[in-house]
Design a protein around this ligand. Structure first.
Ligand SMILES: [Zn+2]
Length: 282
């Protein structure tokens, strides 16, 4: 059975909420889509130059600390805004170097990418990250081991639960018999969900992803998931946003409305590391 548990919440709070920012900037278009034309680069530039400052201002207005998962490539390309994120007191999490897909990487390749990512965050002056988010929301068979070897305490990339943290188990899939689970990792998983991600719902990719859903639809879904989380004991709500996506005019207004909605109903806004540190296993 899955090893899970509950988040210990401050008095009067109902759900632990992490308003995560995946600060992909230009790296996602390179590492995940191989789209390097000026238009895609400009979309990443928008995230760094316009979206990120809007988000920082929004979090400052509501005195919210959250987690920014910054690829090494973003730290190297846009160091000034990354330093502002750091100076504002947010958690800096690791998010690959150039938004790689790790699923087919060798142990050596994946380790090298992680070292590059950590070196770039170190150059910013960030503390050594304790939380990892896979840029591709997927792992190779070696990823958990590599994270353990590099001292990570938390991961936020997997989907084996939705509203409670858990300890992920390696799984060996078989097509002719039962799959096999290994022992749970010591790394605590703060689970993500494509339903709690702004990117697939709104970003338009020519010939690929339609996106462009109305902001109200997204608000309704995100609020509904939060309402359900409020009925559970010690739940966490891990939202994933991207400055180049949530930073658009119609989205940032919706986001502020959502922050108010959740604040009025007992959200404890916290970093991933704070949520992880307050986890109590069953
Ligand atoms: Zn990302």
């Amino acid at each position: 059975m899955q090893k899970t548990g509950k988040v210990k919440l401050p008095p009067g709070k109902k759900v632990a909420v992490n308003l995560g920012c995946d600060f992909d900037a230009q790296s996602i278009w390179d590492g995940s889509y191989n789209l390097l034309s000026p238009a895609y680069m400009s979309r990443g530039e928008f995230g760094a130059e316009v979206g990120a400052p809007r988000l920082l201002a929004l979090f400052k207005k509501y005195d919210i600390k959250t987690s920014w998962f910054i690829p090494g490539h973003t730290a190297d390309t846009f160091p000034d805004i990354c330093k502002e994120v750091l100076a504002a007191g947010h958690e800096i999490g690791c998010h690959g170097y150039v938004h790689e897909n790790p699923t087919k990487s060798t142990y050596e390749q994946e380790t090298k990418v992680l070292q590059m990512a950590l070196e770039s965050l170190d150059k910013l002056g960030a503390p050594k990250p304790v939380t990892y988010r896979s840029p591709y929301w997927d792992f190779s068979p070696n990823t958990i081991r590599i994270l353990e070897e590099n001292g990570f305490l938390y991961d936020s990339s997997l989907m084996g639960n939705d509203l409670h943290p858990y300890y992920p188990r390696p799984v060996t899939p078989h097509s002719d018999r039962a799959n096999e689970f290994g022992e749970p990792s010591k790394i605590l998983e703060l689970p993500v969900s494509w339903f709690l991600d702004d990117f697939p719902q709104t970003e338009y990719l020519t010939g690929g992803q339609e996106g462009q859903r109305p902001a109200q639809d997204i608000f309704d879904r995100w609020a509904s998931i939060f309402d359900y989380a409020c009925t559970l004991d010690g739940a966490c709500y891990i939202l994933t946003t991207h400055p180049q996506t949530i930073g658009r005019a119609h989205m940032i207004q919706m986001y502020e409305k959502l922050i108010n909605y959740m604040a009025e109903r007992g959200a404890w806004f916290a970093t991933a590391a704070e949520i992880g540190a307050n986890f109590i296993p069953d």
